[in-house]
Design a protein around this ligand. Structure first.
Ligand code: KIV
Length: 265
């Protein structure tokens, strides 16, 4: 299998080849995704909700992200590993952002970082990219701003916000990002943005016209059941399978049916 790099992702867009991306936070799923040939693994701060049980991603810290990124990059050989910069790790100053971005590569083995935001963080992105660290952008529903948005509704339905998003995407491209995540925006807007850029867009809840797609693995495998966004296609029902298996174990233990003689020494 071919090692995926940021330049390869851009070449895939040029060839019209779709990019398939998923999230991972630990060794087992990262190994599975790498083995099946996923292009990009995002160690997303979504781990705050689907792994740690927080209400939002705002609570996730830099140290937590570095730990999970290190675990994932240790098990990945081919996919591009992107570490998600958490809330307050890049907003204060470009210098602090650069130092923190560097930790993702140097300490945690990531090959790129992702930052949420548009024009307001363009100078920060440029500073990080100029230091040799590839950056992925993230526009639309940016969950670290959830308290500003007041909810997880579709973004950029209004013309003014849509126009700003198109402008932001161009500014991010000019600042040097190698790709942009577009989250929960109308599909026609995602198409317009994707067509206007040379770098690939990776959509989540942004329709079929993005250059790639990403989902939270815990959502698409049916592991996370607290809520089920419309844009998630469930490819398995692992929570149900796990509950059935664990219930069988409990039943066997209670009945004295486990362990058997064969499972004993
Ligand atoms: O944190 C995350 O997993 C993300 C994806 C949903 C794009 O940002």
């Amino acid at each position: 299998m071919k090692k995926i790099t940021t330049t390869e992702l851009i070449a895939m867009k040029a060839r019209g080849e779709k990019i398939a991306a998923l999230t991972a936070y630990e060794y087992i799923f990262a190994s599975i995704l790498d083995e099946i040939g996923i292009d990009l693994i995002l160690v997303g701060d979504s781990l705050g909700t689907v792994f740690a049980g927080y209400q939002t991603t705002v609570e996730v810290t830099l140290e937590q992200m570095l730990y999970h990124t290190k675990v994932v990059s240790r098990s990945v050989k081919n996919a591009l590993v992107v570490g998600d910069m958490p809330f307050m790790s890049f907003q204060v100053t470009p210098e602090e952002a650069l130092r923190n971005a560097g930790r993702f590569l140097q300490e945690a083995g990531a090959e790129a970082v992702k930052l949420e935001g548009g024009e307001e963080i363009a100078a920060t992105i440029k500073r990080i990219v100029d230091a040799g660290i590839p950056v992925m952008g993230h526009l639309g529903l940016t969950p670290q701003s959830i308290h500003k948005f007041g909810g997880y509704d579709v973004r950029a339905r209004e013309e003014k916000e849509a126009e700003k998003l198109v402008k932001d995407a161009k500014i991010l491209e000019d600042s040097g990002v190698f790709s942009i995540v577009l989250e929960k925006i109308p599909h026609q807007l995602a198409r317009k943005v994707s067509q206007s850029l040379t770098i690939p867009t990776v959509g989540i809840g942004a329709g079929p016209y993005c250059d790639g797609q990403i989902l939270v693995t815990h959502d698409m495998l049916g592991l996370f059941e607290r809520f089920r966004p419309k844009f998630v296609r469930r490819y398995a029902e692992l929570a149900r399978i796990a509950k059935e298996a664990c219930s069988s174990y409990v039943k066997d233990v209670k009945a004295g049916a486990f362990p058997s003689r064969e499972e004993s020494f």
